[in-house]
Ligand binder design. Structure first.
Ligand SMILES: *[C@@H]1O[C@H](CO)[C@@H](O)[C@H](O)[C@H]1NC(C)=O
Ligand SMILES: *[C@@H]1O[C@H](CO)[C@@H](O)[C@H](O)[C@H]1NC(C)=O
Ligand SMILES: *[C@@H]1O[C@H](CO)[C@@H](O)[C@H](O)[C@H]1NC(C)=O
Ligand SMILES: *[C@@H]1O[C@H](CO)[C@@H](O)[C@H](O)[C@H]1NC(C)=O
Ligand SMILES: *[C@@H]1O[C@H](CO)[C@@H](O)[C@H](O)[C@H]1NC(C)=O
Length: 943
């Protein structure tokens, strides 16, 4: 829509020129000033003509080569794009916009000698290596200057303020932030150019200009008609004066996401001529003021990406001229107004990403001009009505609570290009045969509709011929959609979470390898696919390739390394055999490599190159052997390294301590040996939050030197940061399996507050270091089944966040410190099979533990053990609750700190093995939400 606006602006400008032209050509006696002619010819000679740029064709309705008519032996006043003063013969207007010119403007360019120029338009040419020179100030007669879309850069010279006759100045849409305007130049310009009607500075870096300088615009209040300061990084609070400039028709202050403007919209005194208002992404807050009754000329309104709360003002829908309304990405609540003016010209409506409820109003289906209807990610209910007009091109209703049958009239929307109906409660069936009308559809999303039956078996020859992105995740489909075989240009395919069986069809292998060169995402995860993985070609642009949780067998082909743009490779939970291609370690862009739970053998790739992108490497649950390659220390961005459950040999990789971002290190169940030590350098393992080296042959003292360095396990402040998950990307979350008292739990997302140490099942000796008490953010500590001696240090009672503690099967002596009862969140305690003695502390969490927490300590006494302490006269009779004595889980659920242990496991899976039924129910009821990042590509595709 914006482009149409711009276009109409240009059209009217051309009309104006045309008028001037017909006016002037009635004088036949004009003769070109020879000095100007020489200057123009020199200018022409300094430039080249390039081939046209297709990406700006939509604005430049056609490219011309006006300068071709510029020859020495003709009158320059007759040249294309040139106009002269009929009396003096001086060149007064030069319009070379959309002329495919390419060159560099030097300070000595003869264009700066045309000092009678009143209009200069060089827009949509390529001057990308040029700076804006002070010589522009020579052109003091200029009323119109347009250097937009030229790629010109540098500081806007202060001499621009010499152009005191300027009526229109357009420096917009050069490379973002590449032109710079300082407060000094801004002030001088606004002071001098008091006739400015149009000021377009979109993308100019104005970040040093403060609100006080912005207020200077009041100087222009009688003239200013069009003000575009979008994406200028302006800072400060918006003054309400801007909204009351009496002649303003266009105001665009929209911003990028990390905007720096603020303030509130004025509640009155809005300028009534306003036609175009774009205030997206500027953090307003509060409600949208109901001022629109007076703005009855408004055609375009965008307030998206702000913090608006309250309801959608119904007066907006009385605006007869309004064609685009964008209130997306706010916090709006309540219903979408059910009434709209009869003569509405509304074409584009974005209300997505709010909290709107109620039903979709009927007019959404019947407005004859409706082109974009975007209501996704709200709380809308009711059913989708039947469409009575079929002009829609873009329909986005995903992520609402809408229900009812999939409406048949959708099949009649033959101009649809985008159809997104994911995550709804729609029922009935979708028949792909009926999609034969959708010749223009390139984006189709029907994912996550558990009540909808999706019939992809099409008998029609050619359906969806232009489809580029297909999302059918969780749609209960059981075969590969055959119509894909005829698609020319598939970019995104998401077939995850279905029941697709058997081998990947031959045609799919063929297409992926030979013809789909623009494929970006392939997601086949969570199906029942067998046989070989698809191969990737060396020309592919693919960045996500996901085939996890299938039954793929065969080997991982080194052809994957051809895919140099690959960012996420997830082949986890299959039956892949053979070795990991060495070349994968050298991949330049791969940041997630997840090959866990396969049958891979051989060694870990040794060639991780310097400057690689890896953030997550998971090779756990394979049969990998040999030592850890030292080149892993080149993975400077690494956050998660999980190599558990292999046959890796050697000693503890303390050389990984240099990885400043490493948060999760899992080496569980390997054949590692020797002592664990860390250097005393300050940043050694400073971000580590999950360390699991259990089930190895580590020996020596407990790693005091490392524990001292674990800054990431100390003073994690939730209230400051809020609950956060470790970085995930679309389609991939870092997950990790933790073991809690024998239960494996997969955290499908890792909270940054989740901190554990597991050193169990090794041969550690010596005492528990007191310094462990400094890790006050620890949630879990497992030291069981080692040779640990000495007593339980008092300092453990400083671990106030501890939720489980296992020190069973060691040689611990002495009494259980009474102070451990201060651990208010402790819900699992295992001290069994030691040589502890004395009375078990009582009170608080300790009243919830069963006797299996203590058994095998011959000299312990008191509840819950049946052995009473001799001195204890107040001993109460043993209550033998069956469930309690079998295991303390139920008590956990109802006892102190209830839910705490699960609260942090939000979004996890329990493995099916041996989970108590009631626990499973508890967990499923409380946290049935299995959080999964759902793609947001629809947002990126807008406009
Ligand atoms: C253009 O014409 C002028 C005379 O009219 C002559 O002096 C000059 O050399 C010519 N220039 C070129 C480039 O032909
Ligand atoms: C203009 O300046 C540029 C760069 O300084 C130089 O290369 C060019 O020869 C000059 N042109 C003339 C006509 O002096
Ligand atoms: C204002 O414009 C006039 C005319 O071009 C010029 O002489 C004067 O220097 C300008 N003033 C400033 C402050 O730029
Ligand atoms: C919509 O939400 C508001 C609260 O924001 C609530 O008061 C109202 O009852 C809801 N309406 C419907 C139809 O659910
Ligand atoms: C579909 O688009 C074409 C071309 O823009 C237009 O002529 C036609 O009227 C549209 N169809 C409907 C039903 O609006």
């Amino acid at each position: 829509m914006e482009s149409i606006f711009v276009l109409s602006f240009y059209l009217s400008f051309y009309m104006y020129l045309l008028l001037l032209l017909t006016h002037f050509t009635s004088y036949t006696f004009s003769l070109c000033n020879h000095h100007d002619k020489f200057a123009l010819l020199q200018f022409k000679n300094s430039l080249a003509i390039t081939s046209s740029k297709p990406d700006i064709w939509y604005v430049c309705s056609s490219f011309s080569s006006k300068t071709e008519s510029w020859t020495n032996n003709t009158d320059c006043c007759e040249w294309d794009g040139v106009m002269c003063n009929p009396v003096s013969g001086h060149v007064i207007s030069l319009d070379l916009s959309c002329n495919n010119l390419k060159g560099v403007l030097h300070p000595n360019s003869t264009i700066f000698q045309l000092n009678n120029l009143q209009q200069l338009n060089l827009a949509f040419n390529d001057f990308s290596d040029s700076l804006m020179h002070a010589e522009i100030g020579n052109l003091v007669s200029l009323t119109h200057l347009n250097l937009s879309n030229t790629g010109i850069s540098g500081n806007i010279p202060h001499t621009i303020s010499y152009l005191s006759k300027l009526v229109s100045l357009d420096l917009s849409n050069n490379e973002y932030m590449s032109l710079k305007l300082n407060p000094f130049t801004w002030k001088k310009l606004i002071h001098n150019a008091t006739n400015l009607r149009e000021l377009h500075l979109e993308d100019v870096n104005m970040s040093s200009i403060r609100e006080s300088s912005l207020l200077l615009l009041k100087n222009l209040s009688s003239s200013l008609v069009s003000l575009n300061l979008a994406f200028t990084e302006l800072q400060g609070n918006l003054s309400s004066d801007l909204f009351s400039l009496p002649n303003l028709k266009l105001l665009d202050l929209s911003s990028s996401y990390d905007n720096k403007l603020g303030g509130q919209l004025p509640k009155s005194n809005w300028t009534s001529p306003l036609r175009y208002l774009d205030l997206s992404n500027i953090i307003f807050s509060g409600q949208i003021p109901n001022v629109f009754e007076n703005l009855n000329k408004l055609e375009y309104l965008s307030l998206s990406g702000n913090n608006f709360s309250g309801q959608v003002p119904s007066s907006l829908f009385n605006l007869i001229q309004l064609s685009t309304l964008d209130l997306s990405n706010n916090n709006l609540v309540g219903p979408i107004p059910t009434e709209i003016t009869k003569d509405s010209k509304l074409e584009v409506l974005y209300l997505d990403n709010n909290k709107l409820n109620g039903t979709i109003p009927h007019w959404c289906y019947s407005l004859p001009s409706m082109f974009v209807l975007s209501l996704g990610n709200n709380k809308l209910t009711g059913s989708i009505g039947e469409f009575s007009t079929y002009s829609l091109s873009y329909l986005y209703l995903s992520k609402n609570n809408i229900q009812g049958e999939f409406p048949n009239s959708i099949y009649k929307l033959q101009n649809l290009t985008v159809l997104s109906l994911s995550s709804t409660n729609l029922s009935g069936s979708v028949d792909f045969n009926q999609f034969s009308n959708f010749k223009k559809l390139y984006y189709l999303d029907l994912s996550h509709n558990s009540f909808l039956s999706v019939n992809i078996d099409s008998s029609v020859d050619s359906i969806l011929p232009n489809l580029e992105q297909l999302y059918l995740s969780s749609c209960n489909i059981n075969s590969f959609p055959k119509f894909l075989a005829r698609l020319q240009n598939l970019q995104v395919l998401d077939l995850s979470n279905n029941k697709i069986q058997g081998k990947v069809p031959e045609w799919f292998h063929e297409k992926l390898l030979h013809s789909w060169n623009n494929t970006e995402i392939i997601n086949l995860s969570f199906n029942k696919l067998q046989g070989d993985l698809p191969l990737l070609s060396s020309t592919t642009q693919i960045f996500y390739f996901l085939a996890s949780n299938n039954n793929f067998t065969g080997q991982i082909s080194s052809s994957l390394c051809n895919a140099s743009s690959l960012q996420v490779l997830n082949l986890a939970h299959n039956n892949l055999k053979g070795t990991i291609p060495q070349c994968l370690g050298g991949s330049p862009s791969l940041f997630v490599l997840d090959l866990q739970m396969n049958n891979l053998s051989g060694s870990i790739p040794t060639n991780f190159s310097k400057g690689n992108s890896f953030e997550t490497i998971k090779l756990n649950g394979n049969r990998l052997e040999g030592p850890l390659p030292h080149t892993l220390s080149h993975c400077t961005y690494l956050e998660v390294l999980d190599l558990g459950g292999n046959n890796i040999e050697g000693t503890f990789p303390n050389w990984l301590e240099t990885l400043q971002g490493l948060q999760v290190l899992i080496l569980r169940s390997n054949k590692l040996h020797g002592p664990i030590t860390c250097s005393t350098t300050k940043h050694s393992f400073s971000e580590l939050r999950i360390l699991d080296v259990s089930n190895n042959n580590f020996s020596g003292l407990l790693p005091t030197s490392c524990i001292k360095n674990f800054q990431g396990m100390k003073n994690v402040n939730v209230t400051q940061t809020g609950l956060q998950y470790m970085g995930g990307v679309d389609y991939y979350n870092d997950s990790v399996v933790v073991i809690m008292k024998g239960f494996s739990m997969e955290l499908t997302r890792i909270l940054t507050t989740f901190t554990t140490i597991d050193l169990s099942n090794n041969m550690f000796e010596g005492e528990i270091p007191k310094v462990i008490g400094e890790l006050n953010s620890l949630k879990g500590l497992n030291l069981s089944n080692n040779g640990i001696t000495g007593t339980i240090p008092q300092s453990l009672s400083n671990l106030r966040n501890l939720e489980w503690l296992d020190m069973s099967r060691n040689h611990l002596k002495g009494e259980i410190p009474e102070s451990l009862t201060n651990l208010n969140f402790l819900s699992v305690l295992n001290l069994s099979q030691n040589q502890l003695e004395g009375m078990i502390p009582t009170g608080k969490q300790f009243d919830t533990f069963g006797n299996d927490s203590y058994e095998g300590n011959a000299m312990l006494c008191g509840l819950p053990l049946s052995k009473s302490c001799k001195n204890d006269k107040d001993q109460q009779p043993q209550s033998n609750d069956e469930e309690e004595s079998s295991f303390g889980w139920k008590s956990v659920a109802i006892g102190y700190g209830c839910g705490a242990v699960f609260g942090m496991l939000l979004g996890y899976n329990l493995f099916l093995t041996g989970k108590p039924r009631w626990l499973a129910n508890f967990v499923e009821n409380m946290f049935s939400i299995r959080l999964k990042r759902i793609n947001n590509i629809i947002g990126a595709n807008r406009r």
